[in-house]
Design a protein around this ligand. Structure first.
Ligand code: BV8
Length: 225
């Protein structure tokens, strides 16, 4: 039975109108990573960080899945549970497209986390530094996303899936952020056939057995067929 692990990054959501990070005019061109995607940045200026994520949450709420998300959902339905999507994205476009087996290794825009008691709940559209945690009442609410220097979620499950993968596909990621950028090496080590589907060669392109380049909305449905 074919086990497929698919890693997605911001590029798969680009054609749904959500900004990527490192492309021309991307999120990191508008904000310093240190200010909006690190625990230190949040401690320094929680309002700036909440505003950054509030804007992305509002935009993501309106975004609709594109044909790449839909093609992956159709593939998962055909493969009867032998497929896992590991996404670096914090939007919910895979779920909106109908995908069920999805792990958000960098967290979710729609998640809220209490930095005091670790309670998690569904985030309101707009979060502010004075929001009180519904469990402990502390005003230390943060977006439930994984910042630089923090440990990504679901790493054990991901390692297990990579060790059993027959095919590993990386879609719409620059291959600049670890540990996700290393998944291709892990999958290859366990004998998986590795494929990169991206607009252009990523930093890790040479580590893939097969590469196809173009917009995800075109090359993902073609690959799925
Ligand atoms: C960790 C928060 C320890 C949520 C994000 C030095 C060397 C190596 C590593 C490090 C180092 N110094 C520090 C590190 C570790 C660090 C890291 O990797 N830094 C990098 C910058 C060097 N990593 C960490 O801190 C991670 N934690 O290492 O903990 C550990 C690890 C394992 C086990 C135990 C302990 C935490 C990383 C998570 C950081 N959080 N975001 C949010 O705000 O969204 S990262 C951020 O970048 C997003 O999550 C995003 O998903 C991620 C990756 O970006 P991409 O998705 O690839 O997006 P990008 O814009 O870069 O690229 C888009 C791609 O799409 C491009 O290739 C483009 O060509 C393509 N594209 C565009 N349009 C299309 C398209 N493709 C197809 N179709 C299109 N239409």
């Amino acid at each position: 039975m074919t086990n497929i692990v698919i890693l997605t990054g911001a590029g798969i959501s680009a054609e749904s109108g959500l900004g990527t990070f490192r492309d021309e005019g991307g999120l990191w061109a508008q904000h310093r990573i240190e200010d909006v995607a690190t625990p230190e940045g949040f401690a320094r200026n929680p309002k700036l960080v909440h505003d950054f994520y509030n804007a992305r949450r509002a935009q993501a709420a309106e975004a609709v899945p594109n044909s790449a998300h839909l093609a992956l959902a159709e593939l998962e339905a055909k493969l009867d549970g032998q497929m896992l999507i590991v996404t670096q994205n914090v939007d919910s476009l895979h779920e909106k497209a109908g995908s069920v087996s999805v792990l958000h290794m960098h967290g979710r825009l729609n998640g809220a986390l209490c930095a005091s008691c670790d309670h998690r709940w569904e985030a309101p559209l707009r979060m502010t530094p004075s929001d009180a945690c519904p469990a402990c009442g502390a005003t230390s609410t943060r977006p439930d996303v994984v910042w630089f220097g923090e440990i990504p979620y679901h790493m054990d499950q991901i390692a297990e899936a990579l060790s059993k993968a027959d095919v590993f596909v990386s879609i719409g990621t620059s291959g600049e952020v670890y540990p996700a950028a290393n998944f291709v090496a892990e999958a290859d080590h366990f004998g998986a056939h590795t494929i990169e589907l991206n607009l252009e060669p990523s930093a890790g392109a040479s580590r893939f057995a097969e590469c196809r380049f173009g917009p995800a909305s075109e090359i993902v449905p073609t690959w799925v067929q």
